[in-house]
Design a protein around this ligand. Structure first.
Ligand code: SF4
Ligand code: SF4
Length: 247
């Protein structure tokens, strides 16, 4: 059973007890039968860790999910035939240094209010408990900021803030009434999730009036983080007619 204290978000002064380590009786129990959303930055880290391109990663490890009333999907991690995370081994997580945000944050969950402006996005953290997780029995105490540092979550929060800005625009865009076609939908999908494919399309789809700097575009040919920024700027321009700085 899962319990999240969603009425009481943690604050900078909150502490919680937790410890997780190989040898604990529940080790890796949390890596089975999970529904985990993968964010664009998670996908970059994982596909590079596995040394495969984004097309292969998406085909092998993700499921496409549409929330009710939403025309743009989110991706979830596909479980193995044994209903376990595909990266789980007998020794533990095989991608630990590059594990997704949700694995780093656990036993915390993070909610972020949707807003196009990153400054307007408000985040909250909540403590989540699963009956099987013995980590809560530990005496070790954590402050929220310590857990964020411990999990290396700050860079994920920064990257995910960029994504939330774009996702906010995508979620509010009236797909059907604009006559957007499937070719364009696939282009947007590549710009978010299938970056190795999007890289091949940059020359054709990034136009001078989009005001995306040449320096950023040049770097994007070699760096997935910059490529993600180009992809987001591309979507922003296509759906709003403006560059992000001009909002
Ligand atoms: S303590 Fe909790 S997070 Fe750690 S391995 Fe056990 S179930 Fe997973
Ligand atoms: S990525 Fe690693 S930590 Fe996360 S669920 Fe899979 S095996 Fe567990």
């Amino acid at each position: 059973m899962t319990q999240g204290d969603y009425n009481n978000p943690l604050n900078d002064h909150s502490t919680f007890s937790f410890d997780c380590h190989p040898g604990i009786s529940c080790f890796t129990d949390c890596c089975n039968d999970i529904e985990m959303t993968l964010y664009p930055y998670d996908i970059i880290l994982l596909k590079n860790r596995l040394n495969i391109d984004s097309e292969a990663f998406l085909a092998q490890f993700t499921s496409i999910e549409f929330d009710e009333g939403c025309w743009f999907p989110h991706l979830t991690l596909k479980m193995s035939d044994k209903d376990a995370c595909p990266f789980l081994t007998q020794k533990g997580c095989s991608v630990y240094e590059d594990r997704p945000f949700a694995c780093r944050a656990y036993p915390l969950a993070r909610s972020v209010s949707r807003a196009c402006s990153q400054d307007a996005q408000q985040s909250k953290y909540y403590l989540v408990r699963h009956d099987y997780c013995r980590g809560h029995d530990a005496s070790r105490q954590w402050r929220l900021s310590e857990w964020i540092d411990h999990g290396g979550m700050k860079v994920f929060n920064d990257m995910n803030a960029q994504w939330i800005s774009i996702d906010t625009i995508l979620k509010s865009y009236p797909f059907e009434s604009t006559g957007m076609n499937m070719k364009f939908f696939r282009l947007l999908f590549s710009a978010v999730y299938n970056l190795d494919n999007f890289r091949l399309l940059i020359d054709d789809c990034i136009l001078p009036e989009m005001n995306i700097s040449n320096e950023l575009i040049e770097t994007a040919y070699k760096c997935d983080i910059h490529l993600m920024a180009v992809g987001f700027a591309f979507i922003h321009y296509c759906l709003t007619g403006k560059t992000p700085e001009k909002d």
